[in-house]
Ligand binder design. Structure first.
Ligand code: NDP
Ligand code: GDR
Length: 375
């Protein structure tokens, strides 16, 4: 993948879609952080399908891998065809953020980049806080100074909040539930949440905190539990391995589908005022229940293969998460469905099959994108 050359990193102030002040969706320019991530790839596809005028711009941290976006990436040297552009930037580098905001002049900024693994945040707490908490602050500050310098007040900011912020609170968790973070990651997300609220109150900027409960897909990183399980189920089924090592099976999560939730992200930025929203399926299941479904799907019993390994337990666990997304439901006009149910429904088996069988090196993986069919 190529990126724009360094010479394009100048503060242009002209030639952007923002300059004409249009706010119609087809003339919007978007900036996303964290393009390699699961949500970024679905959101990029969603925005392109919505008819957002290309390119959907993205910031990229590491250039060594680009699996989630390769299928929609077009070489920028084919400028008339390019539907997204990828730039070097980092949430730990304030100057890069401000520079690209000035250069791109986006209408919408989605801050999705993060060190997003909860267990890993106990190992690298300092880095996690720098990216997740201070990174959000740097981006908000870049937005404000960009607005001050250019007068472009229409800019809207999206902050990826997390159900982990609720930690050990009682169910169900809504926008009114007080936070009780149980990891450096969750505490950092709480800080990012309050920075986002503060910049809304202090400067009148349109900022949104969308507190998403877990959402999964075939593009989920393989060190998160759903993808770890389904990947190994495939390997066990074809006798590539026999054991699956896991931690706490009693933890309960409200699992939705990533491809669905990006719609909620976009929708919340289309409201008149920035606000805080919880997005969830409103159902919760344990990791053990997930194992039953995943192994059962290929005719195996999880108890014959799963081994509990203490290494995968966290210093402090979030036992039970289940959202109350009634506020978001009013905006969206519908609710989202639990992933387990969807995976078992006929039309969506292909998502599951892809996840299971994608471990087979010489076997064609069914075409999934676009579009994913969920119901
Ligand atoms: P991923 O971990 O898949 O993607 C996050 C992306 O951010 C990765 O591409 C990562 O790059 C990148 N990144 C990490 N550090 C930096 C940095 N310093 N500067 C720029 N980019 C960086 O996350 P998801 O797509 O699953 O989630 C998107 C967002 O939503 C995250 O903020 C996450 O915390 C939050 N969230 C996710 C939920 C979920 O269930 N998926 C639920 C609630 C919130 P690299 O991989 O190279 O480190
Ligand atoms: P989570 O997702 O911590 O909820 O954070 P993850 O899939 O990592 O864990 C879910 C639950 O499964 C238990 N578990 C294991 N988890 C992993 N990763 N590996 C194991 O071997 C294992 N065994 C049991 C965990 O203890 C936990 O209880 C995700 C991330 O996407 C965050 O960025 C996001 O904010 C939250 O979801 C909402």
């Amino acid at each position: 993948m190529e990126t724009e050359s360094d010479s394009s990193r100048v503060r242009s102030g002209s030639g952007s879609h923002a300059a004409n002040g249009s706010t119609t969706s087809e003339r919007k320019v978007t900036l996303l952080t964290g393009i390699i991530g699961q949500d970024d790839s679905y959101l990029t596809e969603f925005l392109l399908n919505k008819g957002y005028e290309g390119p959907v711009r993205s910031l990229l941290l590491r250039l060594s891998r680009t699996p989630s976006v390769n299928h929609i990436y077009i070489d920028p040297h084919n400028a008339h065809k390019a539907c997204m552009k990828v730039h070097y930037a980092d949430l730990t580098d304030a100057s890069s953020l401000r520079c690209w905001l000035d250069n791109i002049q986006p209408h919408e900024v989605y801050n999705l980049a993060a060190q997003s693994h909860v267990a890993v945040s106990f190992e690298i707490p300092d880095y996690t806080a720098d990216v997740v908490a201070t990174g959000a602050l740097r981006l908000l500050e870049a937005v404000i100074s960009h607005i001050t310098a250019t007068g472009q007040t229409h800019i809207k900011y999206y902050q990826a909040g997390s159900s982990e912020m609720f930690g050990s609170t009682s169910l169900p968790q809504s926008e009114e539930t007080p936070f009780h973070p149980r990891s450096p990651y969750a505490a950092s997300k709480c800080a990012a949440h309050w920075y986002t609220v503060n910049y809304r109150e202090a400067y009148g900027t349109f900022t949104c905190n969308v507190i998403l409960f877990n959402h999964e897909s075939p593009r989920r990183g393989e060190n998160f539990v759903t993808r770890k399980i389904t990947r190994v189920v495939g390997r066990i089924k074809i006798v590539l391995q026999n054991k699956l090592f896991l931690g706490n099976l009693q933890a309960s999560r409200d699992w939705g589908l990533a491809g669905d939730y990006v719609e909620a992200m976009w929708m919340m930025l289309q409201q008149e005022k920035g606000d805080n929203y919880v997005v969830a399926t409103e159902e919760s299941h344990t990791v053990e229940e997930f194992l039953e479904v995943a192994f059962g799907y290929v005719g195996l019993n999880w108890k014959d293969h799963v081994v509990i390994d203490k290494r995968y337990f966290r210093p402090a666990e979030v036992d039970n998460l289940k959202g109350d997304s009634s506020k978001a439901r009013k905006v969206l006009g519908r609710k989202y469905w639990l992933m387990l149910v969807i995976w078992m429904s006929n039309n969506s088996l292909k998502i599951y099959k892809t996840t299971v069988w994608s471990v087979l090196e010489n076997m064609p993986v069914p075409e999934l994108d676009p579009p994913l069919v969920y119901s």
